[in-house]
Design a protein around this ligand. Structure first.
Ligand code: BGC
Length: 767
């Protein structure tokens, strides 16, 4: 018996029930009698929000480094950098006596309107999963746990506590679950946090399929599942579904409900014991890491600046950037003096220090002459005087730097964005300043795409600086003055208009349900497949240098799905500055039985290159890179055939490609049944040889085939009619020509086809 099991057996029913509910807003229940300590958890995800009084749900917390938020982190496409940030977060957690950090969030960006998108990585599950892995591995390398959240389909703030996400099985498996799956199976987070919302009718806290079958069963998750704060509705139902720890506490009524349910036989004590064992294992693990001490705030601030510099995306540049020692600089916009570096809600960090963007500019270009104008108010009002002042300031300068932050009332946890626009004042300001000063750089602080078509043409350059963390002000200055060559690329598409977005007709839902009607087609999967023009595509970002891609090649032209294949490309820095390029690999399936997106990201690498330098980049593609989830089989499948491997600088800028041929090694049962059409029987490799001779014979008897031995139809429309009949109906139509009852023949064919065992999945729809 392990120590944990023996501890469980020593605990009373009351103690076990109490352990499954928090003792305070941020701690688990200790059991002093058995030396079981409390576990202290804190938000998460891009800094440690350690609330001094664990009984309090207040937002005020002890100072900690505020790193850039997840939108920003994903735009680095740098897993190693996230690991480094994770290590820093782990160190801060230890210093603040925190055992588990509540994050990262691996939810998908289904709509740009989700108010909390700034806390999520991407619209692409592959990229989001890689980022989550980096962060989790980094934090947990310090002996501190993580809580991967919010599991699952928590993709909007509107009615977030109750909304029912209606999502089909394939879409869940291919879009909304893979980032969680990768993070759980590769990085093994200590805990997973369930979502508030319902998924296909069941609350995240009571979803047996999600928590027990998929997470703990299929993915082998060994940690504990914690509720999002207040996500439990029925404590006993939640325990049965696999929800181990309810937070926050204290909640004596919940503890009593569990005790009572065990006593009256409604809850099997073994279920409680399993939850207790899972919680104890993590409590004990966390207790092994000594806490306390300090962290190196200056080093972490410098790291936050480096990460911010790697994440910013240069969206437009007519050559004005990097700035060439301008003498008269107009700095416009409140965000230049009040850095907008994080979002509102539970992730709000009390920073150790904040880089003021304007001051950081001055440090790098000290002898220039500076003038400042606020440009816009801090509310939604219009103020023409501020615009006039900004225009006057810009007109007399060599260059105008326009700092525009999307205000918190337009983007935060707790509510969705009403639209994709900046405020009316900000739009008017950009239009007026760019009209007066052609050398205008727009610097954006926001956590999700904003619409730009009303003002983009006028700007000489646009830098997406995100919610950039406490050191982001310095990172902006680094990029504007060329100390850092921008290398971030978009982890989400920037659409032209809200009406173009895939979830537009189904967001945020009605009557308590939100139907994920766009299915697999979110983000670039939609824009690409539907050929909808966008402002900036997924994976896009400019640099101060240029890169050439040469000799795209593959390790094998023909390969078996289980072996995968490696793509190789030579990347050269063809410009005059050192820089970093993010090489992206997309896979396009030439033919599939089910609809697939035009292409999907399946690999990437960030590579640093000196001017003139070439590096060879290898990107492995595994089984999953070619597979899709077939809900008919309830599993990931591959199909024989050709795939194009597209190597690009963005989803819309493919620089080279190769074609490979996959051989499927799967053995799958035939899905044929008595209601499958004749066409489906013929498309099935097991069904066709069994049915074909009988079919041909009947066609001849019935005069549908010419009597010349060639099995050629004389009547195409009749043949087509027959092909669409379910098997059983077909035989009933043919009863006059049959020697046995139609049902007997149908059953005989079914026995034969299923007696054959497993075959490869069918691909072609042939007769
Ligand atoms: C949020 C979680 C957070 C928790 C604790 C909830 O409202 O959804 O992400 O970790 O509060 O602050």
């Amino acid at each position: 018996m392990t120590n944990i099991q023996s501890l469980v057996t020593q605990m009373t029913l009351e103690e076990k029930a109490a352990l499954c509910t928090g003792a305070s807003a941020w701690t688990t229940t200790p059991v002093e009698r058995l030396d079981i300590p409390e576990l202290l958890v804190s938000d998460g995800p891009h800094g440690i929000r350690r609330v001094p009084d664990v009984q309090s749900m207040t937002i005020h917390s002890m100072p900690a480094t505020c790193f850039p938020t997840a939108s920003s982190l994903a735009a680095t496409w740098d897993v190693e950098l996230l690991r480094e940030m994770g290590r820093a977060l782990g160190q801060e957690a230890l210093a603040l006596n925190v055992g588990v950090v509540l994050g990262p969030g691996a939810n998908m960006k289904r709509s740009p309107l989700c108010g909390r998108n700034f806390e999520y990585f991407s619209e692409d599950p592959f990229l989001a999963g890689e980022m989550a892995v980096g962060l989790i591995e980094g934090i947990q390398s310090q002996g501190v746990g993580t809580s991967l959240k919010h599991f699952a389909a928590n993709n909007q703030e509107c009615e977030r506590f109750s909304i029912n996400a209606v999502v089909d099985e394939r879409t869940l498996r291919e879009i909304y679950l893979p980032a969680f799956e990768k993070a759980v199976t590769k990085a093994r987070p200590w805990t997973v946090m369930c979502a508030y919302n319902r998924l296909n009718g069941r609350y995240g806290s009571e979803n047996h399929w999600l928590l027990n079958d998929v997470l703990k069963g299929e993915w082998g998750f060994e940690g504990f599942v914690v509720s999002d704060w207040g996500a439990v509705h029925n404590r006993v139902a939640a325990l049965k579904a696999g929800l181990d720890l309810e937070m926050p506490g204290p909640k004596p009524t919940r503890v009593n409900a569990v005790v009572e349910a065990v006593r009256n036989g409604d809850l099997d004590e073994a279920i409680l014991d399993e939850a207790v064992g899972r919680i104890l294992a993590i409590v004990c693990r966390a207790a092994q890491t000594p806490k306390g001490g300090t962290f190196d705030a200056a080093t972490h601030h410098a790291l936050a600046r480096r990460i911010a510099g790697e994440s910013m995306v240069l969206l437009k540049n007519n050559g004005l950037l990097p700035l060439q020692a301008p003498q008269h600089i107009a700095v416009i916009g409140r965000a230049a003096v009040e850095a907008h570096f994080q979002g509102g809600g539970s992730s709000h960090i009390n920073p150790t220090q904040v880089d003021v963007p304007f001051e950081e500019l001055r440090k790098l270009a000290g002898d220039a002459e500076w003038r400042y104008a606020a440009g816009y108010p801090d509310d939604d009002s219009r103020d023409q005087a501020l615009i006039d002042e900004a225009v006057a300031t810009a007109q007399t300068a060599d260059v105008a730097l326009l700092y525009i932050a999307l205000p918190a009332f337009k983007e935060s946890e707790g509510y969705d964005r009403p639209d994709m626009g900046l405020t009316a004042q900000q739009i008017a300001l950009i239009q007026a300043v760019t009209a007066a000063q052609p050398n205008t750089v727009v610097i954006l602080n926001n956590g999700a795409p904003v619409a730009m078509s009303e003002w983009l043409d006028g700007a000489a350059a646009v830098l997406e600086a995100w919610m950039m963390g406490q050191a982001g002000g310095g990172a902006i200055a680094d990029i504007l003055f060329g100390r850092v060559n921008p290398s971030g690329k978009l982890a989400e598409t920037y659409p032209l208009r809200l009406v173009d977005t895939p979830a537009y007709l189904n967001f945020p839902g009605e009557n308590g349900d939100v139907r994920y009607g766009e299915g697999l087609f979110i983000g670039y999967r939609y824009y690409d497949t539907k050929q909808v023009p966008v402002q900036f595509p997924f994976g896009y970002g400019l640099s101060y240098t240029t890169f050439a891609y040469d000799h795209v090649r593959v390790s094998a032209d023909n390969f078996q799905d289980v072996d995968g294949v490696t793509v190789t490309v030579d990347v050269t820095n063809t410009g005059a500055r050192a820089g970093k390029e993010i090489v992206q690999v997309y896979v396009h399936d030439r033919a599939a039985r089910l609809i697939r997106p035009m292409k999907e990201l399946k690999g990437f690498a960030k590579v640093a290159l000196e001017p003139g330098e070439t590096k060879t980049v290898d990107i492995p593609l595994d089984f999953r890179a070619f597979a899709y989830y077939d809900p008919a089989y309830h599993q990931w499948i591959t199909e024989d055939g050709a795939f194009d491997i597209l190597v690009g600088a963005s989803s819309a800028d493919i620089r080279g490609q190769a074609t490979v041929t996959l051989t499927c090694t799967l053995e799958l049962p035939s899905l044929l049944h008595d209601e499958s059409t004749i066409r489906a029987w013929f498309a099935d490799p097991a069904g066709r040889p069994i049915l074909k001779p009988i079919f041909d014979e009947l066609m001849k008897k019935g005069g549908v085939f010419a009597d010349n031995g060639a099995n050629e139809p004389v009547d195409m429309s009749l043949l087509s009619f027959l092909m669409d009949l379910p098997l059983r109906s077909f035989f009933h139509f043919q009863e006059g020509y049959l020697t046995q009852p139609p049902d007997d023949i149908t059953n005989m064919l079914l026995e034969q086809v299923h007696g054959l065992g497993s075959r490869k999945p069918a691909l072609a729809r042939t007769m």
